[in-house]
Design a protein around this ligand. Structure first.
Ligand SMILES: Nc1ncnc2c1ncn2[C@@H]1O[C@H](COP(=O)(O)OP(=O)(O)OP(=O)(O)O)[C@@H](O)[C@H]1O
Ligand SMILES: Nc1nc2c(ncn2[C@@H]2O[C@H](COP(=O)(O)O)[C@@H](O)[C@H]2O)c(=O)[nH]1
Length: 189
């Protein structure tokens, strides 16, 4: 049986990975979504096991110790990581898996799965990025400033990705990613 594709959507905080990712899952319901573990506090409306597996720092360090994470990164004061078994089992079963993760973690996944498809989501401009993070209303001003300073460094790592998709309009960004996935399925390997 052919293995599934590992698709990584990455890019700076607030660019719209979550928004585009959930719109894409409606268009491609067969896509399996990897739920990450994090030590960050849940935002209003977020559910354990749906948006994230919310962990204490001790629980997260224990997952690292037991090699349960495919990758992890410390990002703006919290840990985030991808549970390994679920990703590997999904691919082995012939299903595509979709990861929405930040840039350091994406590059670690690329070292382990160079055959993965790495997509960088870009904002139309840095001003628009800042407006989006601020407009979401989930972060303090200090966290927004920290995330914006990290964003500039992250965008310099675009060259390591296979595809760059601008998230100007949600629907257009979704169509571009859907086209990439369709083309990757048609690729002669
Ligand atoms: N194309 C778009 N046009 C206008 N606003 C958008 C667009 N895409 C996303 N947004 C808005 O930008 C904000 C940030 O989006 P989202 O939370 O999806 O970003 P993210 O990249 O997942 O962020 P994080 O990495 O911090 O989790 C949200 O308020 C969302 O509604
Ligand atoms: N390296 C990883 N990054 C992850 C993972 N899950 C989410 N993320 C990214 O972290 C930032 C912040 O997320 P937020 O929910 O606090 O806004 C964002 O870029 C996410 O995409 C992961 O498993 N590994």
């Amino acid at each position: 049986m052919a293995k599934g594709l590992l698709i990584v959507l990455s890019g700076p905080s607030g660019v719209g990975k979550g928004t585009v990712g959930s719109a894409l899952r409606k268009r491609l319901p067969e896509l399996t979504y990897s739920v990450s573990a994090t030590t960050r506090q849940p935002r209003q409306g977020e559910e354990n096991g749906v948006n994230y597996f919310f962990k204490t720092k001790e629980q997260f360090l224990d997952m690292i110790e037991k090699d349960e994470l495919l990758e992890y990164a410390e990002y703006v004061g919290n840990y985030y990581g991808t549970p390994r078994d679920f990703v590997e089992q999904t691919i082995e079963q012939g299903n595509d898996i979709f990861l929405e993760i930040e840039v350091q973690g994406a590059l670690k996944v690329k070292e382990k799965f160079p055959e993965g498809i790495f997509i960088f989501l870009l904002p139309p401009s840095l001003d628009e990025l800042k407006d989006r993070i601020r407009g979401r209303g989930t972060e303090t001003q200090a966290t927004i400033d920290h995330r914006m300073s990290v964003a500039v460094d992250e965008m310099n790592l675009l060259q390591h990705y296979d595809y760059a998709v601008v998230n100007d309009e949600i629907d257009l960004a979704c169509k571009r990613i859907e086209s990439i996935i369709i083309a990757e399925h048609c690729k002669v390997r």
